[in-house]
Design a protein around this ligand. Structure first.
Ligand SMILES: *Cc1c(COP(=O)(O)O)cnc(C)c1O
Length: 377
């Protein structure tokens, strides 16, 4: 068995004809930059998400950066992010001279802890970046309530949850990334909607903000060679947009395959006393960008080695919480006195199993059987 954390090849082979034709068409057109597929994809993703504007950009990190730039924050303004996420979420805050304020996460969903969120707000706080981690939404009703109370912007980092549904407490359903001021995502190849290189996008329902975002991502210009502000060059390539147009049609079925794999894992792991399977929040479905277990009383390094010897890859997302990263030393003073007990514990106890659209019950059984043997269960 050739087991991978993420099987991009197997997925490609199933849609090869459509993908190859889409790429070929762009090459023949030679419209590599701002070709028609870019605006077609933006429109199609906007209608899938039920949001007014989708603006493509070069990657998910740029999407976060451009979003923050569009909000016209001033150096020293504070931006709140969860402590347990990929570095990109926080990196851009620091890069723009803003102050990253880290908040611990909820022990069951691993998303920003609402109780601690409000404690972290100061007169300098301007924005919150909730992260929809591993395929499941943060508690957006609560994030929005706190944001409205304190007049804060909300940027939803949707890099790991594109296509997830959020269930508002009043019964409305919204796609992840369409609830806050701006949503951002990444089309990194292994993401739920991945292209064949780098790509990203921003979403918003605000017309003026959309115009600002388009301008920032295009050297700060609205009229060609008239630069109103300092911007960046961040574009979604036409070839990537053409690939994404094909893959968007399959996004729901890809996410369904991930959910089915997670259900199979859950059924087989149920008797195992040393692992805690992913919790499902009542406010969101879970589209399993990652399938992440919490281990109790297990030597994780040893377990990873034993599984690797059986050809089973595993990963630790994330082994070091952000407040412990060397790059954040300059921001330590702003984060003193806050508890990061949950993210510290998670960093030491989580393990992610292979999760992708091509997993079969046989492969899942092989993984779980070997996991049980390694755990002596
Ligand atoms: C992948 C990811 C990003 C960054 O996306 P890139 O396209 O790699 O720049 C940002 N935030 C989170 C939570 C991610 O998982």
């Amino acid at each position: 068995m050739n087991i991978q954390m993420c099987d991009l090849k197997g997925q490609y082979l199933k849609i090869k004809d459509e993908i190859d034709a889409a790429i070929q068409e762009v090459i023949v057109s030679t419209a590599f930059i701002k070709g028609k597929e870019v605006s077609l994809f933006q429109d199609e993703l906007a209608s899938y998400l039920g949001v007014k504007h989708v603006i493509g950009c070069a990657n998910g990190t740029d999407a976060l950066q451009v979003a923050l730039m569009a909000l016209d924050l001033k150096p020293g303004d504070e931006v709140i992010t969860p402590d347990f996420t990929f570095i990109a979420t926080v990196e851009v805050v620091a890069l723009l001279g803003l102050t990253p304020i880290l908040v611990d996460v909820d022990p069951s969903t691993f998303t920003i802890d609402i109780k601690r969120l409000e404690e972290a707000i100061t007169p300098k706080t301007k924005a919150i970046i909730p992260v929809h981690l591993f395929g499941q939404c943060a508690n957006m009703d609560e994030v929005m309530r706190v944001a409205q109370k304190h007049n804060l912007y909300v940027i939803e980092d949707t890099a790991q949850a594109l296509g997830a549904d959020y269930y508002h407490s009043d019964g409305r359903v919204a796609k992840a990334g369409t609830i806050g001021t701006i949503g951002t995502t990444s089309f990194f190849p292994s993401k739920n909607l991945g292209c064949y290189g780098d790509g990203g996008a921003l979403f918003t329902n605000d017309d003026a903000l959309a115009a600002e975002i388009r301008s920032i991502a295009n050297h700060g210009m609205k009229v060609r060679y008239h630069h109103d502000r300092i911007g960046v060059n961040s574009r979604l390539d036409t070839i990537q947009a053409a690939i994404l147009r094909v893959k968007l049609k399959y996004l729901d079925s890809f996410n369904k395959a991930r959910i089915e794999a997670a259900n199979a894992y859950y059924a087989m792991l149920k008797p195992c006393s040393k692992v805690i399977t992913p919790a499902r929040a009542k406010w969101s479905n879970h589209i399993f960008h990652q399938y992440t277990l919490k281990l109790t009383g297990v030597d994780r390094d040893k377990l990873q080695k034993e599984l690797a010897a059986k050809g089973i890859p595993t990963m630790v997302y994330y082994p070091i919480p952000l407040h412990m990263q060397k790059a954040f030393d300059p921001y330590r003073e702003f984060n003193l006195g806050r508890s990061f007990q949950v993210s510290d514990t998670l960093s030491n106890s989580v393990i992610s199993l292979p999760m992708h659209t091509e997993l079969t019950d046989d492969v899942i059984k092989y993984i779980v059987d070997n996991l049980m043997v390694a755990l002596k269960e």
